[in-house]
Design a protein around this ligand. Structure first.
Ligand code: F6P
Length: 482
């Protein structure tokens, strides 16, 4: 039976005792890994001196975790540099924050080459490879250059912006077309697909390339180019909503959640949970909360906003500056509106377990998820799933999050319009039980149609449709050029 090889920058190797870091990527991949025996390949999380870079294998149940170290230079140029100071801001429409250097681009390609070389050592001809996220755009091209004809799919977890934005990326014409070396390229939303397809068509026209649309169905587009075919489609990441609801139901009875709720007295809880990242709109969110207390004084002392924001990418200047700015905004609002017996905003930089968060979501009257741009945003979906259907809270969601395409019954807001977000908070807190139930049941129904198992299966099924080998169902055959 063919193996599934997952390739991503972060690899979540299960730690003894079951505790592990659960970012979007790790959560999304868990059910697929449970269903398919295989390998998860990527960075070990270790940064070591150049001469000490090693690759090791850790076998756990059905999965072999094959992880390789990064040298200090690689970490700086590939991860902190090109991936997170160039690609991340541009893909999130923050071209003002992009800091391009040729050196970082070279480091980015070098790490992709290193990953390809290491994976080549263990690759079998019938392995199916699924590559994740913006760190690894050139990975398929590197594998093809090493003579591997395996079927390779790519999924972008973050947005793909409009052509006018992506073309700001220096050397985009060298990097982005490499996505066509994959057999399948998946995006979170139809709008990301449209942006990518428009980019390919306009670049192809400009360079008189040979890319052609071979087939266009309702959900997928197939390009032919250089003798190969690449499928493009949208595969919105889902969550296990029923299971999450069960976790939340149990978690509200935990001593942790009870203690938090007791500490609030009878105040309503409004919750936000985000990595400390400028794409999450935290400054604008603080301003919205400030406006809320200014414009709706009747809610002062009656509501507490809890913002849980684990730090991330702290070595990068912009993240460091953001940390100071959000902390000082929270302090300013608490200073202005707080009383000795009431703190308007509780702001914490710690990470909490998924079950602790599930319990807090279920206890919160409103969930504030207001990124300026987000590929999907699983917090929005988890907030919906965690609610008690008999007495649900209200999701306030940015229209610029991928999740807005499915959670249409949230209060959809423009996160830049802080007055409107303040109004949405007041509306959520005042909303009648019948309207809350109606909105929640419609959102929950939408989420139930697209759980994580379905997501992984849809992607792999689509990958199987491309010329090449399939996972466990077809005999290995060599790929012929299209
Ligand atoms: O949103 C993209 C993503 O890769 C998530 O899957 C993940 O939770 C987050 O970024 C973490 O980023 P990093 O690996 O840089 O900490």
């Amino acid at each position: 039976m063919a193996r599934l090889i997952i390739v991503s920058n972060r690899v979540s190797v299960p730690l003894p005792g079951g505790a592990h870091r659960a970012g979007g990527l790790e959560v999304a991949l868990a059910p697929t890994l449970r269903r398919h025996p295989g390998v998860w390949f990527g960075w070990s999380g270790k940064v070591v001196p150049r001469g000490e870079v090693a690759t090791q294998t850790i076998d756990q149940l059905k999965t072999s975790y094959v992880v390789t170290d990064l040298s200090e230079e690689d970490h700086q140029e590939y991860y902190n540099g090109f991936a997170n100071r160039v690609l991340w801001p541009i893909l999130h429409y923050r071209i003002d924050l992009a800091e391009f250097s040729r050196r970082d681009l070279t480091g980015y390609f070098r790490v992709n080459q290193h990953f390809a070389t290491e994976l080549s050592k263990i690759l079998r001809p019938d392995d199916v490879i699924w590559v994740h996220d913006y760190h690894l755009i050139p990975f398929a091209a590197e594998m093809r250059a090493r003579g591997h004809a395996n079927r390779i799919g790519f999924f972008l977890h973050v947005p793909f912006p409009a052509a006018e934005v992506i073309t700001v990326l220096p050397n985009h014409e060298r990097l982005i077309p490499l996505l066509l070396q994959y057999d399948l390229v998946g995006f979170q939303t139809e709008s990301d697909v449209g942006n990518f397809v428009r980019y390919v068509i306009s670049e192809n026209r400009r360079t008189s390339g040979d890319a052609r649309i071979f087939e266009a169905t309702e959900h997928q587009i197939v390009f032919t180019h250089g003798g190969r075919q690449t499928r493009i489609g949208s595969f919105p990441v889902g969550i296990e909503s029923r299971e999450f609801e069960r976790v939340a139901r149990r978690a509200v009875r935990s001593s942790f959640v009870r203690d938090v709720m007791r500490s609030l007295g009878n105040r309503a809880l409004v919750i936000g949970v985000d990595r400390l990242d400028y794409s999450k709109g935290l400054i604008q969110r603080m301003e919205a909360v400030e406006r809320f207390f200014a414009s709706y004084p009747e809610w002062r002392s009656k509501v507490t906003c809890l913002q849980i924001t684990p730090k991330s990418r702290s070595e990068i200047q912009e993240y460091h500056e953001l940390e100071e700015a959000v902390g000082s905004a929270a302090g300013r609002i608490n200073g202005q509106y707080g009383e000795v017996s009431w703190t308007p905003i509780r702001y914490v930089n710690r990470a909490y377990s998924r079950s602790a968060l599930a319990g807090l979501y279920r206890s919160a009257r409103a969930g504030l998820v207001t990124p300026l741009r987000d590929g999907m945003n699983l917090v929005a979906k988890e907030y919906v799933a965690a609610q008690d259907p008999e007495d649900p809270g209200v999701l306030i969601l940015s229209r610029f999050a991928g999740a807005a395409a499915e959670c249409e019954w949230a209060l959809l807001v423009n996160p830049y319009d802080t007055e409107a977000v303040a109004g949405a908070i007041a509306r959520a807190l005042d909303m009648s039980l019948s309207e809350r139930r109606e909105r929640h049941s419609r959102n929950f129904a939408a989420l139930s149609q697209n759980d994580l198992t379905t997501w992984g299966a849809r992607f792999l099924h689509s990958l199987k449709q491309s010329p090449g080998m399939s996972i466990g169902t077809e005999p290995p055959r060599r790929r012929s050029s299209a």
